[in-house]
Design a binder for this molecule. Structure first.
Ligand code: FES
Length: 914
């Protein structure tokens, strides 16, 4: 230990610390300057960037001993605060650049150094700077960040005014459709928005820090667990195993269909007899410090009988594969599709057919903030869990019986959440936190490192689809046949639902009257399948949108023209037989057509012998809702100072607080409130159940529930003459102040397991994707260099938010197509190794074309938004690769070696024929 002096934000601070300690640890853990975020701890993500003597420094890699006493350290807390924000912070707010916000302090510190050095950077210089400094953002697609830096630079040069960057409410008070900033933006740009790891530092002194004993193999029987040595390790208070859990010790997967051969109780909280996947939790060490807990976890001995691991659907479906859950077949759910006539005779007489097999990968979510949470028993003995949950009430139901407590004795609250993109639709550590807290009676906290975060959270379920598409001589699709399986990992939660999603989106967008298909959910020993943006649709569109290109080529017509001939028009039905709520695809294709025609010419012109350029097209659709008659609740209460809006619209960066504010404000315009008079109280199981934040459902469902609540309040406040009662008048007349609203998609019906026919969603989102790529013919490396998309998600509630969702979702689609994977447990263990795109991997030449077709059932005509941009970017990119170099890739990611191998095979074939 040493006493050292550090000059931080202009003030000398004296700290007693280990000189080998990293600056990030000293800033966060000792000085509680938690604006410095630590996400990867290996210098890959840049969230911990601070400025030391005018240089951006990765504080997670910099020992304090390397920093001299005269060095000047600037953290986000020193950039600007309160009403005196730096122009970069204001620009970040204005452009919606802080979505989840966990990357924000690091980007701002990095950008500050850039602008100090170069007051007039070009957009490319900004992007290159962030790329070289390894600043990662998983939410925004980077363009809004570059926009913000350019605006801040203009302010600093005196060309713009800081005050003008932020949009103000319109004269009537409305902010609907504007780029008004998020309520959380100020906290996020000042580093004061607390994420779970920050909350852990604010817990009381008797808080126990947890570490997991985890499986290092993927499939095994447990013969014994020996904690004796670990219990003697320093600081250990208790080691929790399955013995300590009073309930069923399982998380229920809430089986959707009775035909599911599993019972949904297949995921242990702590493993008792069996390991089902790598990373499975076997025991929890509770200790005084995290370091002590982790050291003791290494000393727990687990006696295992290792079993064959089935790491893919192919392996788990092999005839000799053992049942992963004894008594339940590995293919445990079967989904059929029966629409229209028998397809066999139709295929025989089809003028054109194409057959293809596609494989969509186990895409990792790559949210930057590692999973984390806390738990404590409140004064009434209620177990209170703080986590990144985006399904608070859902998770409450999923973990209560497993922990063995009554529902009223469990409360879950969402922490500030650094991105989930759906992985937190699954409970991850909630039950573990609860088990440790109940077993010890003390507050607890658990923070995964990035390795655990990647290897022990859910992933997109890979799917293999073999399909035959048939069209008549005019290019009209007449029949579709396909078989598929979906590798859902070992745990069945929502596995049947995501298998159904293939049926809902294979052929979506096109008027296909006749479909026959069969698919299975398959248990494997790879990562459990969890929700991921676009949930279930990227697997389907990968097959369908390549097929459309192949068919167009066979027919000798333009791919856009083939799509135009087949899209939904009045009289069409979806693959599930539902009548679409609007017909907007023709408009979207019309919008993009001039760009398409230009791009085809440009790609030819810009192609060289070394770099071939190509353009691709695809269409993507997604439904808003959880299938069938889904519903949401919200409430509003009149207060002495304004109104309080209450809901559990969990935010994972998508902007639920801004949508709540915008919708409530719009509804309450007659009251002439100021924005500041609308108080938001959100994200707690003690609040109205709004349902999970997934499936792009919330804007529609919670938005409508907010509308209903506000309407009820207005009705109660309205006087006979049309004016409104004040708070005092309401109290004086004894009129209730709180109104709980509910909205149900009453006209929706479930799809059946045998036919997949039904009307599952009240509203759909529609998008056309048009990327341009460059393929290096020597290496096969493909880069997406330009993107145009036409989008119809109904009315825009907040334009900056929707822009951010589109840019960010498409960036994830580019990653899905070209780089991202979680397959190799040895290799895919960091953000970078999993292929997360850095700034220069995503184009800045990026246009969004909006068509706003109001949705009859949407709040103010809005649909949802978040899933649409990650439905079908990847097939468009693969089609662009084909356009560039003439090779079809059917399996993603299209890594350079795969593209190169395909080009070599093509060249070899051509030279044989030559
Ligand atoms: Fe950048 Fe979420 S806003 S990671």
């Amino acid at each position: 230990m040493q006493r050292i002096r550090l000059n931080i934000n202009g003030v000398d601070r004296f700290i007693v610390t280990d000189p080998k300690a990293m600056l990030s640890d000293v800033l966060r853990n000792q000085l509680l300057l938690t604006g410095c975020k630590v996400c990867c701890d290996t210098g890959q993500c840049g969230t911990c960037t601070v400025i030391v003597d005018d240089k951006p420094i990765k504080s997670c890699l910099t020992p304090v001993s390397k920093i001299g006493p005269l060095a000047k350290i600037t953290t986000i807390e020193g950039l600007g605060s309160g009403d005196d924000l730096h122009p970069l912070q204001v620009a970040w707010m204005a452009h919606g650049s802080a979505q989840c916000g966990v990357c924000t302090p690091g980007f701002l510190m990095s950008a500050k150094v850039l602008l100090d050095k170069n007051p007039s950077p070009t957009r490319d210089e900004v992007r290159t700077w962030f790329h070289r400094n390894r600043n990662l953002c998983r939410c925004t697609g980077y363009k809004p960040l570059t926009d913000a830096v350019m605006d801040a630079a203009a302010v600093l040069r005196g060309e713009k005014k800081k005050e003008d960057l932020l949009v103000q409410p319109a004269e009537n008070g409305s902010i609907l459709g504007s780029t008004y900033h998020r309520p959380s933006a100020r906290a996020k740009v000042t580093g004061t928005w607390d994420f779970g790891a920050d909350v852990a530092l604010h817990m009381p002194p008797d808080t126990l820090r947890l570490a997991l004993v985890q499986a290092k193999v993927s499939h095994a029987n447990i013969k014994g667990i020996d904690t004796s040595e670990a219990e003697k390790m320093p600081g250990v208070v208790k080691i929790v195993t399955w013995h300590d859990i009073k309930g069923k010790n399982a998380i229920t997967g809430l089986i959707t269909f009775p035909t599911n051969k599993g019972d949904g109780w297949d995921r242990p909280i702590l493993c008792k007899d069996k390991i089902f996947q790598f990373g499975d939790a076997i025991a929890i060490v509770c200790a005084d410090t995290e370091a002590h807990a982790r050291a003791a976890a290494d000393k727990v001995k687990v006696d295992l009988e290792v079993l064959p691991a089935y790491m893919s659907g192919f392996a788990a479906l092999a005839p000799d594969a053992m049942e992963i859950h004894p008594g339940v077949p590995n293919a445990y759910y079967e989904q059929g599709v029966v629409k229209g006539e028998d397809t066999k005779p139709l295929m025989e007489k089809a003028a054109y057919t194409v057959e293809l097999e596609t494989y969509c990968s186990r895409q990792p979510h790559l949210h930057l903030e590692p999973d984390c949470g806390e738990a404590f028993l409140d004064d009434q003995g209620v177990l209170t869990i703080l986590s990144k949950s985006i399904g608070l009430h859902l998770h409450h139901a999923m973990i209560c019986p497993g922990l063995g407590i009554e529902p009223e004795k469990l409360r879950i609250i969402q922490n500030g959440t650094g991105g989930t993109f759906g992985y937190k639709f699954s409970p991850t550590m909630e039950a573990i936190l609860g088990a440790a807290c109940l077993a010890t009676g003390r507050p607890v906290s658990l923070i995964y490192d990035q390795y655990q975060n990647i290897t022990y959270t859910g992933k997109r379920s890979p799917a293999n689809i073999t399909a035959k598409w048939g069209a008549d001589k005019d290019g009209k699709l007449i029949a579709l046949e396909y078989d598929w399986w979906l590798d859902h990992g070992p745990y069945s939660e929502f596995g049947d639902l995501v298998t159904l999603r293939q049926a809902q989106f294979m052929g979506a967008g096109y008027d296909i009257h006749n479909i026959r298909a069969k698919g299975f959910t398959v248990a494997t020993n790879h990562a459990w399948g969890s929700a991921f943006r676009g949930y279930g649709s990227p697997q389907a569109f990968l097959n369908g949108e390549i097929a459309m290109d192949m068919l167009a080529e066979k027919m000798g017509i333009d791919p856009l023209e083939l799509r135009m001939r087949n899209i939904y028009r009045p009289g069409a039905t979806t693959p599930t037989g539902q009548v679409p709520e609007v017909f907007c695809l023709e408009g979207l294709l019309d919008m993009i057509k001039p760009y398409w025609e230009e791009a085809k010419v440009r790609c030819k012109k810009l192609s060289t012998d070394k770099i071939k350029r190509g353009v691709g097209l695809s269409l993507g659709i997604y439904g808003c809702g959880l299938d069938g008659p889904d519903s949401s609740n919200a409430a509003v209460e009149l207060t002495p100072t304004g109104v309080t809006v209450m809901n559990a619209w969990q935010d994972h960066g998508q902007g639920s607080e801004l949508s709540t504010l915008t919708i409530a404000n719009e509804m309450l315009l007659p009251l002439k409130l100021k924005i500041e008079q609308i108080d938001l109280v959100m994200n707690d199981t003690n609040l109205p159940n709004s349902g999970p934040s997934g499936g792009s459902r919330s804007n529609v469902f919670v938005g409508n529930a907010i509308k209903v609540s506000c309407e009820m309040l207005l009705n109660a406040m309205r006087k006979p003459d049309g004016s409104y009662r004040t708070y005092k008048e309401m109290v004086a007349e004894n009129i209730p102040l709180r109104y709980d609203g509910k909205w149900v998609a009453a006209a929706c019906t479930d799809c059946t397991p045998d036919t997949a026919q039904g009307s599952p969603f009240p509203i759909y989102m529609y998008e056309v994707f048009m990327p341009e790529v460059e393929v290096d013919v020597e290496t096969g490396k493909t880069t997406c260099v330009k993107f145009v998309t036409s989008v119809d998600v109904g009315t825009l509630i907040n334009k900056a938010t929707v822009d951010g969702q589109i840019y960010g979702g498409i960036a994830q689609g580019i990653g899905l197509a070209l780089t991202e994977d979680f397959d190799d447990l040895e290799k895919h263990t960091s953000l970078r190794a999993c292929g997360i795109p850095y700034p220069l991997d995503i184009p800045d030449d990026f246009d969004i074309l909006y068509q706003e077709t109001p949705r009859p059932l949407g709040p103010f005509g809005a649909a949802g938004c978040g899933e649409a941009p990650l439905t079908a970017v990847h097939p468009a990119i693969l089609n662009a690769i084909y356009n560039a170099v003439g090779v079809r890739i059917f399996k993603i990611p299209a890594l350079p070696e795969a593209v190169k191998a395909a080009m070599d095979a093509k060249n070899a074939k051509e030279s044989v024929h030559a």
